[in-house]
Design a protein around this ligand. Structure first.
Ligand code: PFF
Length: 456
């Protein structure tokens, strides 16, 4: 066992709804609204959706359940949780813990851009964000993006300072229902635009001829991103879960929430872009710039574009905020468990590190654009290191840890404390065989891509 432990009593979510909404808040983020629609558009629409859903209910479920159970069983955050079960393999916990430290800063930089766009639309200046190179010109400025990064991160900081129950749980209970209402409202408006129906069909009807191994790889990578896997978050949130709350059905609800919002986000964006571009599919290939460059143009072309733009960026802001809250909580609880500094000091230290790493990520698009590790911008570099390298390695480590070190029974027993375990056999197959093979494939493909061997 590790020598240092927090002497502060551990906080808890008050009940099942608190856990489900906070964990769904973590899962539903920029990944659902910004990343999922452009990947779905790029990798064949309906077929991507089908593959994604199959992955989420099979090995996605197994991994989310495992991490949450590890947290609940030990009542600890990542490092201490692995350490408590096997001191020898505590390094896997360290891997999980580095990830949120590196993601939180750049995620908050993107959160800052979202906040800026929301404010622009709110002030009635949304149309100007649709102009030519507004986005690229904006993110390359030295001061304003850093300022909005600090505003966004400041909001995250305040919630975390308020604690698990009064901060995270309360904010999730307010923002998550609002997020559902906003996304359904925008999707309903989007699919009823003239010309949008073709987009709905492209998005929802699987065309099996569009399937390729890349569809599978992209869907797997997205699943990791979207479910907040291998970044210490689920272990931490699991450690705040009461023993009487059913683990397996709570995890299913979180997945349903996360996938539901991703699917609805696709319905907001793909049909609207289809209608705007007159059915030209290449407009959907915009990739990451779909949200910041293409969508403002789509909003500008709509009759009530300003109102839709305000609602849309508010939705993205809520989603990003609940996710950055979970990223920061993961870091703070790791620091606190390791040092016993208490919440305030752990928050302050986390904030300093986040600001120090976030500023270069922001400046990397302008003043520091000459710094290009692995030929990437600083932000993309952090994204690559975490999502493509560290997270798959940490996930492989978790599968190994469960299958070979502590045994699948440890997780199964933890689940059975609160309810019968539906899907137990499937869980064992996934964690022992399916997940390791798929994760190894993601890892190899991302390394090959980064070396330029092939493009996904
Ligand atoms: N799951 C959240 C999202 O989809 O945005 C949070 C998150 C995932 C943040 C992955 C960052 C990240 F790299």
């Amino acid at each position: 066992m590790a020598a240092s432990h927090s002497t502060h009593p551990r906080s808890n979510f008050t009940g099942r709804i608190g856990f489900v909404l906070a964990t769904a808040g973590s899962a539903v983020g920029l990944g659902n609204i910004w990343r999922f629609p452009y990947l779905a558009a790029k990798y064949g629409g309906g077929i991507f959706l089908l593959v994604y859903i199959l992955l989420v209910i099979s090995f996605g479920f197994a991994l989310v359940l495992t991490e949450t159970a590890l947290g609940r069983k030990t009542g600890k955050s990542a490092i201490e949780a692995f350490d408590a079960l096997s001191h020898k393999w505590r390094g896997i916990g360290w891997l999980h813990s580095i990830v949120p430290v590196l993601i939180l800063p750049y995620y908050s930089v993107i959160g800052g851009w979202v906040t800026k766009y929301f404010v622009e639309f709110l002030l009635g200046r949304g149309a100007q964000t649709a102009a030519g190179d507004y986005f690229t010109a904006y993110i390359s400025q030295p001061a304003s993006p850093v300022l909005w990064f600090l505003v966004f991160f400041g909001a995250t900081y305040i919630v975390i300072m308020c604690g698990v129950e009064k901060g995270i749980e309360k904010v999730s209970k307010i923002l998550m229902p609002l997020l559902v209402v906003l996304s359904i409202g925008i999707a309903a408006y989007s699919v009823t635009r003239p010309g949008a129906w073709e987009g709905v069909k492209y998005y929802l009807l699987p065309d099996f001829s569009k399937f390729s191994p890349n569809t599978l790889l992209a869907a797997m990578g997205q699943m990791f991103y979207s479910l907040s896997l291998s970044m210490g978050i689920l272990i931490t949130y699991g450690s705040y879960m009461r023993k009487d709350i059913a683990l397996d059905s709570s995890v299913r609800q979180v997945e349903l929430f996360d996938t539901g919002i991703a699917v609805v986000a696709g319905l907001m964006i793909i049909p609207a872009v289809f209608a705007y571009s007159g059915g030209d599919q290449s407009a959907l290939q915009a990739g990451p710039s779909l949200m910041f460059i293409t969508l403002p143009k789509v909003f500008a072309s709509m009759g009530i574009g300003t109102a839709v733009g305000i609602a849309f960026f508010l939705l993205v802001l809520f989603a990003a905020l609940t996710s950055s809250i979970s990223l920061m909580e993961a870091v703070v609880s790791i620091v606190n468990d390791k040092t016993s500094w208490g919440r305030e000091k752990s928050c302050a230290v986390t904030a300093v590190v986040t600001i120090l790493l976030g500023i270069p990520s922001s400046l990397g698009f302008g003043l520091w654009s000459g710094i290009t590790p692995l030929n990437m911008t600083i932000l993309d570099f952090f994204d690559f290191i975490t999502n493509s390298i560290l997270m798959p390695i940490a996930a492989l480590g978790t599968c190994f840890f469960v299958a070979k070190v502590i045994g699948v029974k440890t997780i199964i027993d933890e689940v059975k404390i609160s309810s019968p375990f539906k899907g137990e056999k499937m869980f064992v197959v996934c964690i022992k065989y399916l997940a390791p093979v798929c994760i190894a494939a993601i890892l190899v493909s991302s390394v090959l891509q980064s070396l330029g061997v092939f493009a996904l």
